[in-house]
Ligand binder design. Structure first.
Ligand code: PAF
Length: 296
């Protein structure tokens, strides 16, 4: 039987990956709720090379059983647990569920709540921009990594291999590093309404360094040891690779949707509070963004 992979979420990243799966000869199936019947959607993906991929994808209610090889979850962090819930009654325990949202928190919650399910977590830093409801532009090639939170290391699900994910046996560190990227790029680009590449300008470097210092300081308490310089270098490398991208937070603000910042900056501040640390720069930035979100 030909491979089929279900995607949860219908945003820019879900549509980007639907196109990438299609290119690999894997049929994408969108799962959504609330939805009462199966429908066909015509999606367009503008690829980095300038070509456009047009394809038709089936979308069906997520509580309707489907024969799929894996589930890729591209909802926002705050929707992830609710989005996965309807699948759990019909999905075989062995079918990989791969959580790919920004931020941290839901990954550990789902793994703790559903120990019998085959849960993978990952980090992707592709750039994708929604140009219309069903039209998305690929804005940059990022890194793609996945792994399991426990120490066991089964082989990477085949759809992730086809999508050129690398496997990590220390995915917590990978998630932490991605969190640090999102905790700097997303609120800054959201606040100043700029594309990621704008952060390469000299005027941002002092603020980025201060944000990195605080991340690294908190990281020491969580066993995530690295220098502030390495943290800043990683963030600038992602800003370079996705320079043309308007980050997900900016896209959410533009569309007046809730951002993922509670699972990004909010998560950092929560952890800092636990260790009685003050992250002044993140706190101020998060407050500014919360205010922006409330008036947009
Ligand atoms: O949230 C995003 O937009 C992405 O995670 C990233 C890597 C910052 C690229 O825009």
């Amino acid at each position: 039987m030909a491979a089929s992979v279900a995607l949860l979420g219908c945003g820019a990243m879900a549509q980007l990956y639907a196109g990438l799966l299609q290119q690999q000869g894997i049929t994408p199936l969108l799962l959504a709720r609330p939805l009462t019947s199966t429908q066909q959607l015509s999606l367009t993906l503008e690829l980095l090379d300038g070509n456009a991929l047009q394809h038709t994808v089936t979308i069906q209610p997520s509580d309707m059983p489907a024969a799929v090889d894996a589930i890729l979850v591209f909802t926002k962090a705050q929707q992830c647990l609710d989005a996965v819930a309807p699948l759990l009654s019909w999905l075989p325990n062995s079918t990989p569920i791969v959580l790919l949202h920004n931020g941290m928190g839901p990954q550990h919650q789902l793994a703790a709540q559903q120990p019998a399910h085959n849960i993978w977590v990952g980090s992707v830093s592709d750039g994708a921009q929604r140009l219309g409801q069903y039209r998305v532009a690929q804005r940059g090639l990022g890194t793609r990594v996945a792994g399991q939170l426990e120490q066991s290391t089964p082989a990477l699900p085949s759809c992730l291999q086809a999508l050129e994910f690398s496997q990590s046996d220390d995915i917590t560190t990978v998630l932490w590093r991605k969190l640090s990227v999102n905790a700097v790029i997303n609120p800054l680009c959201g606040r100043d309404r700029v594309a990621n590449g704008a952060l390469l300008a000299p005027k941002y470097q002092q603020e980025i360094a201060a944000l990195c210092n605080e991340i690294v300081q908190l990281g020491q308490y969580l066993g995530m040891h690295e220098s502030a310089a390495a943290c800043q270098q990683r963030i600038l490398a992602i800003a370079t690779a996705t320079a043309a991208n308007r980050c997900s937070t900016l896209q959410d603000l533009d569309a007046e949707r809730p951002t993922e910042l509670p699972a990004i900056s909010g998560y950092l501040l929560q952890q800092a509070q636990y260790f009685k640390l003050e992250l002044h720069h993140h706190q101020r930035l998060y407050k500014q963004l919360t205010l922006l979100e409330s008036v947009s």
